[in-house]
Design a binder for this molecule. Structure first.
Ligand code: ZN
Length: 453
């Protein structure tokens, strides 16, 4: 049995792992590389494997860095199935379509062709097969290769995947959720007797604030920013972060009245569509969200919240005077409607920028987070004069403590861990702690590494 790593190796994006077992090739995730032109160029490179030879593709969750290159598999001749949870299938459709729109939009300026066309996305959607959490699914009955998804508690529909083959249990973490995150359930325990674990390490060298602390920080940041009277910009990932933020705001503004009321705009068609999927799959809610739902609360709608789908609705936000909260994509400010708001409000001392998610190297969000005093947006130099605040606890990723706890949650430790999906320092630190705390072999993977397991 062989395992190869073709992305998210010493970086966070581009997840792509290949498992060769019992004469079959199974791909786990096929995501886009994001952040900076150089990195995004990698999306256009040929696959290191032949998509026609794959027997199955397993998809852990719908984030772009896990699903963004699935249509390329179809384009390159893959004819098999894609396996994912039902919510992941719906969300992945939205994400891939949005990615195509962004590529077409950017291509108008740069002349670059999109990676794939709508027919390739349609091909993926036709070939998706739903596998729910806990279901034991035979990927191949002759070869007896078994797939089982567990709730990763990361975003809606997210899973970590167990594959049983040749008497070995391999677990792919996908992305592991944050402790105590709203709406989604807690991460399930790692299966006992895991032989090989492929583990993400986005925050392998950091620890977040506690969930209680998180609420306090959000409340204070927003109350303060609204108090000053400017615009509060929140670049937000369309999946999970936006819904969690709405959920928290609903509680703080509507139920507890702990934040002064200010108009809130959700300025992202993708986030609005994704919220629709959250409304549909209420069976995935955690206990708190379920209780609120039963009590008749609309988790994602409250007085003062306006959903802006069209460009005209988005433009109208400019005309609203006084304090206002603008939640808009893209989450790392490398495109989307947030850029228009940044152009307008970054240089305004009374405005604020709240960063609530991971910012990849090379993105506008990362530059501002790292303290840039001036940035370039759409060819214009813009001074950063607004207040910039960041909160780690809103991340959809577990921190080091959570990852270590999860690795040790199965009743028995995994025999071997491969660490991926993290910047080099984060991956190295997590690997070091796995060795030190558990005495388990942990290797940080390089892109192209192929190991016998
Ligand atoms: Zn993710």
């Amino acid at each position: 049995m062989f395992l190869s790593f073709y992305g998210a190796a010493r970086e966070v994006t581009g997840s792509c792992n290949l498992l060769e077992t019992a004469g079959h090739k199974i791909l786990i995730d096929c995501g886009m590389f994001q952040g900076g032109e150089f990195n995004e160029q990698k999306n256009f490179e040929q696959f290191e494997f032949n998509p026609k030879e794959l027997s199955a593709v397993v998809v852990t969750h719908a984030h772009l860095d896990h699903v963004g290159r699935l249509p390329l598999l179809i384009k390159n001749g893959y004819e098999g199935f894609f396996y994912a949870t039902p919510a992941t299938i719906e969300l992945a459709g939205l994400i891939m379509e949005d990615a195509l729109e962004v590529m077409i939009h950017n291509g108008i300026k740069t002349g670059a062709l999109p990676l794939y066309g709508p027919e390739d996305i349609a091909g993926v959607m036709q070939q998706f097969k739903a596998v729910d959490y806990g279901e034991e699914f035979l990927l191949n009955d002759k070869a007896n290769i078994l797939l089982k998804f567990y709730d990763a508690g990361h975003i809606f529909g997210s899973a970590f995947a167990e594959i049983n083959s040749e008497g070995k249990k391999i677990v792919f973490s996908g992305d592991i959720g944050n402790e105590g995150a709203p709406i989604v359930r807690d991460t399930e325990n790692l299966p006992a007797d895991t032989d090989v674990l492929i583990c993400e390490s986005t925050y392998g060298d950091r620890e977040h604030e506690s969930p209680e602390e998180r609420k306090k920080i959000i409340k204070n940041m927003i109350a303060e920013a609204v108090g000053i009277g400017g615009a509060v910009m929140v670049p937000s990932f369309s999946l999970e972060r936006t819904q969690e933020l709405l959920y928290e705001l609903n509680e703080l503004i509507d139920r507890q009245k702990r934040i002064p009321r200010a108009p809130i705009f959700l300025d992202s068609p993708l986030a609005i569509a994704a919220t629709g999927v959250y409304r549909k799959y209420t069976e995935y809610y955690d206990e708190d969200a379920e209780r609120l739902l039963r009590a008749g609360d609309d988790l994602f709608q409250f007085p003062g919240l306006t959903m802006c789908e069209t460009r005209e609705e988005s433009k109208r936000i400019n005309q609203v005077l006084g304090p206002k909260i603008i939640i808009a994509g893209a989450g790392m400010m490398n495109g989307g409607r947030i850029v228009h708001h940044a152009l307008r409000y970054l240089s305004d001392e009374r405005s604020s920028l709240l960063i609530i998610g991971y910012q990849a190297v090379g993105t506008l969000g990362r530059k501002i987070l790292d303290g840039a005093e001036e940035v370039e947006i759409k060819g214009e130099r813009v001074k950063v004069r607004c207040r910039v605040r960041a909160i780690g606890a809103m991340s959809a990723h577990g921190d080091r403590k959570k990852l270590l706890k999860w690795i040790n949650s199965g009743g028995s430790l995994p025999k071997k861990v491969y660490v991926n999906h993290g910047e080099p320092d984060a991956s190295e630190e997590l690997a070091k702690r796995i060795k030190k705390d558990f005495g388990v072999k942990a290797t940080v993977v390089n892109r192209g590494l192929r190991v016998k397991i």
